[in-house]
Design a protein around this ligand. Structure first.
Ligand code: DUC
Ligand code: ZN
Ligand code: ZN
Length: 473
C-alpha cells in the first residue's frame, strides 16, 4: 500500500535550527513523515546531493500596484509569482495599498481580483494605510485583523502615502489594540523634498542623484523617530529595507534596550552601491530604489546586522518597472529628472540565490541562519508559523530543493519576471533552487514551471508571534 503521495528521498534537510539527513513523506499537501525507509509513494523525488529546505517566504514584494500616471508595474500576480517560484519561494507577501479616499475593503477587493486564479505560489497581503480615517482606525482595521490581515505598512515619505507622526501614532495604537504588526518605511520626507529641489536647481537631475537626494541621515532620523513612536505606544515594529549601518545601529540600540524592534534588509543593500549608477547615465534608472544602495561600508553593516540577528528577515522588496518601455522607468511624460523615476527594482527570484551564494557559499552565514532569514523568521513575524516556514510533521509541504554546487551567472532571462532587466545581471552565483513545491505540488522544476497559475492560495494569517503580549506564544 502506498502511504504517501510523494517522498523526497536522499536529501539533506535543514531548518532554522538543525541540519540532518532524512526523507520527507508528503500526504494531502502536508509533511506527514520525516525519516528513512518510508516505503512507497506515487511519486519519488530524488534529492541526493541536494538540500531540502523550507520554501522561501518573501514578506516584501509589490505586484500590480498603481504607481503614478502612465506608469505600469512590470509584474502582476502571474509573472510575479512565477518569478517567485523560479527563486525557490513558496509564499509571497505583497502589499494592498489603500488610495486616499478609498476604504481598505475596496482596496482589498481590487487586489484580490487581480490575484484570483493567477498565483503559482501562496500569497498573503499586508495592508498599506495611506488614509487613516476614523472609519479605518475604528472599524476596518480591527475587523480586518480578525479576518487574517495582521500586518500594516506605513510610509514616512511619498506624496499620497506618507503619514504624519500623529497618524503613525494612531495606526500604531490600533496595532497595539489588535495585536497587528506595523512595518515602517523610514525616510524623512521633508528632507528628501528639500534635497531634490536643491539638486534640480543645480541641474543635477540624472538618475544617480536619486541616491544623493536620500542620504543616510534621512533614513537614520526617520528610523529613530519610528522607533520612538513605537516605544511611546508600546508596540512592536518592523523597520523594512534597512540600507546602512547608522539605521542598523538605531535598531540594535532599541533591541538592546528591550524594545520589540525588528529589522529587514534586502539583496540590493548587500551587492549594489550608489557607485554602480556612475557612468550609466539614464540607465542608472534601472537601479533606482528607496532607500538607495549606498557604499561598501553600508554593505558590511548590513552583513553585520544579518550575522548578529539585528536583521531578522531578508526580503527582496521586488518592485519591478520595465526600462525600455514608455510605461516604465523613464517617465512616459518626458520628464527627465530622477524625481520622476518610479522607485523600485525587481528581485523576487534573485533574492535567495544571492543570499545563499554570498552568505552560505562564501561562509558568512550557516545554512540554518539562511533558512531563518529566508523563510522561518518571515513565517514567525507575520503569523504563518508553523504552518509555513519550517520542515516539520503537520506543516504544509512547502519545500525548495537546492543544488548547493550549481554555478550560475545571473541573467534576466532565467528569472521569469515581467521586467526587461535585472539589477543583478552578471553576478556569479553558487547554489541554486532546482525545485519548488507548494503544499505538496511541484510548481517549478529545473527552471520550468510545472502546472498552471491557479495553485496559489491567499493565506489568512494569525497574529504575529512578535506582536503577542510577553509570555504568550
Ligand atoms: N518602498 C518599498 O517598500 N518598495 C519600493 C519603493 C519604496 O520606496
Ligand atoms: Zn518602502
Ligand atoms: Zn517595498
Amino acid at each position: 500500500m502506498r502511504t504517501f503521495d510523494t517522498i523526497i528521498r536522499g536529501g539533506t534537510v535543514a531548518t532554522a535550527s538543525d541540519t540532518f539527513a532524512a526523507d520527507l513523506g508528503i500526504r494531502d499537501g502536508r509533511i506527514a513523515a520525516l525519516g528513512h525507509d518510508l516505503g512507497e509513494a506515487a511519486e519519488v523525488i530524488d534529492a541526493s546531493g541536494r538540500l531540502v529546505l523550507p520554501g522561501g517566504i518573501d514578506s516584501h514584494v509589490h505586484f500590480a500596484q498603481p504607481s503614478g500616471p502612465g506608469i505600469v508595474m512590470a509584474d502582476g500576480f502571474e509573472t510575479g509569482t512565477r518569478s517567485a517560484a523560479f527563486g525557490g519561494n513558496t509564499t509571497v507577501m505583497p502589499f494592498c495599498v489603500q488610495q486616499k479616499g478609498q476604504t481598505l475593503r475596496e482596496a482589498l477587493k481590487g487586489y484580490h481580483a487581480e490575484a484570483q486564479g493567477r498565483c503559482h505560489v501562496d500569497v498573503s497581503f499586508h495592508l498599506v494605510i495611506a488614509d487613516p480615517t476614523e472609519g479605518v482606525l475604528g472599524q476596518e482595521l480591527p475587523a480586518l485583523v480578525e479576518d487574517g490581515y495582521t500586518s500594516f505598512k506605513v510610509f514616512m515619505t511619498y506624496e499620497g502615502m506618507k503619514l504624519s507622526d500623529l497618524e503613525m501614532l494612531n495606526v500604531m495604537s490600533v496595532a497595539r489594540e489588535t495585536g497587528a504588526l506595523v512595518m515602517v518605511h523610514a525616510e524623512n520626507d521633508d528632507a528628501i523634498r528639500f534635497l531634490i529641489d536643491r539638486l534640480e536647481r543645480q541641474g543635477d537631475i540624472a538618475p544617480k542623484f536619486h541616491a544623493t537626494s536620500r542620504p543616510i541621515p534621512v533614513e537614520r532620523e526617520a528610523t529613530h523617530r519610528a522607533i520612538s513612536l513605537a516605544e511611546i505606544v508600546d508596540v512592536p515594529v518592523m523597520i523594512v529595507h534597512v540600507s546602512n549601518g547608522e539605521a542598523m545601529e538605531e535598531i540594535r540600540r532599541a533591541q538592546s534596550r528591550g524594545l520589540k524592534v525588528y529589522g529587514e534588509t534586502c539583496p540590493q543593500y548587500l551587492v549594489l552601491t550608489a557607485a554602480d549608477l556612475e557612468g550609466l547615465n539614464m540607465e542608472g534608472a534601472k537601479l533606482v530604489c528607496s532607500p538607495p544602495p549606498r557604499d561598501a561600508a553600508s554593505q558590511e553593516a548590513c552583513w553585520r546586522g544579518i550575522e548578529t540577528g539585528v536583521v531578522s528577515t531578508f526580503s527582496s522588496d521586488h518592485c519591478p518597472f520595465r526600462y525600455d518601455d514608455p510605461q516604465g522607468k523613464l517617465n512616459p511624460r518626458g520628464r527627465t529628472s530622477f524625481r520622476w523615476v518610479p522607485n523600485g527594482i525587481p528581485g523576487v527570484a534573485a533574492r535567495l540565490p544571492i543570499l545563499f551564494s554570498e552568505g552560505v557559499s562564501k561562509g558568512r552565514i550557516d545554512l540554518n541562519r539562511f533558512v531563518a532569514l529566508s523563510s522561518t523568521n518571515h513565517a514567525k513575524t507575520y503569523g504563518l508559523y508553523p504552518r509555513k516556514g519550517t520542515i516539520a510533521i503537520g506543516s504544509d509541504a512547502d519545500v525548495a530543493i537546492w543544488d548547493p554546487e550549481r554555478q550560475v551567472t545571473l541573467t534576466h532571462s532565467m528569472l521569469g519576471d515581467g521586467a526587461d532587466y535585472t539589477p543583478y545581471e552578471g553576478i556569479d552565483i553558487k547554489g541554486w533552487p532546482v525545485l519548488t513545491m507548494v503544499r505538496g505540488t511541484t510548481v517549478m522544476r529545473d527552471g520550468e514551471l510545472v502546472g498552471g497559475p491557479d495553485h496559489g492560495r491567499h493565506l489568512a494569517r494569525e497574529r504575529s508571534a512578535l506582536a503577542r503580549p510577553r509570555g504568550q506564544v
